[in-house]
Each structure stands twice: as structure tokens, then as C-alpha cells.
Write a protein that binds this ligand. Sequence first.
Ligand SMILES: [Zn+2]
Length: 293
Amino acid sequence: MKSIRRTTGRGLHSLVTERRSVDLGGITVDLLRIGTFRSDAGAIFGPVPQETWAPMVASELDARSRLLQALNILHVSDASGGVLLETGAVPAGTRVSNADTDSRSARDALIASGLDVERITTIVPSHLHRDHAGGLVDQHGAAAFPRAEIVAPDREIAAVASGSLRARAAYDVAALTRLFTAKPPRSFDGSLDLTPTITLRRLGGHTPGSQATIVRGRERTLLFLGDLFMRPWQANPRWVTSYDDEAWVSVDAKASIFAEAAAGEWLVAMSHEVQAPLGRITADAGRFRFVSE
Ligand SMILES: [Zn+2]
């Protein structure tokens, strides 16, 4: 890695996008925090007792026991084009600013940051929950990035269409069904070499089709796990959220890929971390630890 560059940042609630650029060697990754939202802390910590987690996040909790969560997206680019990981919660052309969520859309944030959205060939949401797939569409429900292909594991697409009450609460089924009818996504099972340098791997756990994205630069590799790794304490594989559909799958998937990340000294990006979303995983007495960079 040649550099991590921080270009803007004006406080946690500002709609000014915070951007960090990383050169992996021939591949540039821009991590953009396009907004924030509040989320119940107990649900984020899942099986962890409150007396354990409360002191860790005391300064972050609001009066309703909620954490401040970032909406992070990653733009990966090389000479052949751009790939967008995540699209946030908000449709293109709209903004949300209320007591719970303060965000602009992924498309608008990318443009405001000077990134060329017309070069984006592929969109890879880590999974299709509302806070990751909301920006796939514009305010009219049409594709926010009409030229780009959307790539998702077939099990994630099936989960959206499953009719499950849990799925209907977590996914915007109507919007995704309309979008996928007009613009069918590319789906895969297992893993997919999206480009010579980007590999997608379906892990499941958080949702049936939660996927890892592995970007291999000449100098360094970057790993993005979506909500399997949203905040730094989840470096302990057993610390999963209440939103994980298959917690036991999450635990084993994290333990396995964290071992790879630690051995390779991969750069790891987190989906909802506000302050320090980039760092590396280190092995720590049979568990793992996150060290920010
Ligand atoms: Zn999320």
C-alpha cells in the first residue's frame, strides 16, 4: 500500500462525504462515508452481554441506547474501469435527514467526490438489505447506474424473493423486484472471479447470500465483508449481530477468512464503522483483533 489519504471530514453528522483513498498497487480504493444512522446497540452486539459491551461504546450511545453507524461504500478502480461495493440506503437524487438517518445517495456522493460514475461497470452490494441496496435505484425506482451490471449470489436474490416475513422486513422487496425485472442481475454460486484482481465469495451468515469481496493489488490485498464485519469488536468471530440470519455460519466464515486476512496482512474495510473504517486483522490468542490504519 502506498498511501491512505484523507481528503474531507467535518463532523459525524455532516452530509459532507468523508473520503479515504488507498493505493493497493495498480488499483485505487476510495472509501466514502456517505451518511450515518442510529441503530439499537443491543441488536448490534447480539449475544454479547450488555455489561460487557456498554463500557466499550459509552461515549457513542444516545438516550435511546443506539449506536451511531456509518454508511460506508467503496469505489474500486483500475485502468479498465470502476467497481462499486455497496450503495447505501438512499435512492439516487434524494437525501434523508431525520433523527435516525442522515445520508445522501451513493451516486450523488460519488459525483460530489469527483469520481466518474460513468466508468462504473459493476455494482457489488455485500448483501441486499435496505441500508446496502437502497442506492441501486433512483427516486423513480429506475436503475441508479443504468450502465453497470449488478452482481449478487443467487441465494441472496432468492432470499429477496422468498416471501419470508423476516426477508420482507429487511429487504425492500418491491423496489428490488421491480429493478431486477427491468435489469436482471448477474448471479453466481460459490465464488466468482469478477476481474483478474477482484474475487467475490459467497459466505452467507448475515444473510443467505452475504458475500466477501477480495481486491488484489500489486502491493496489497483488500477485504470487504459487508455486515459480517461492520464494527471493530466483531473481529471476535463469535461477536455477531442479532440481524445475522445464520449466526453459526457467520462465526465459522469469519474465523476462516480472518485467518486468511491476518496471514496475508490484508487491508480490511468495515461497513458501518464511523471513525476508523480501515485497518488489518491480527491473530490474538486464538481470536482476532482489529488494528486501524
Ligand atoms: Zn448494514
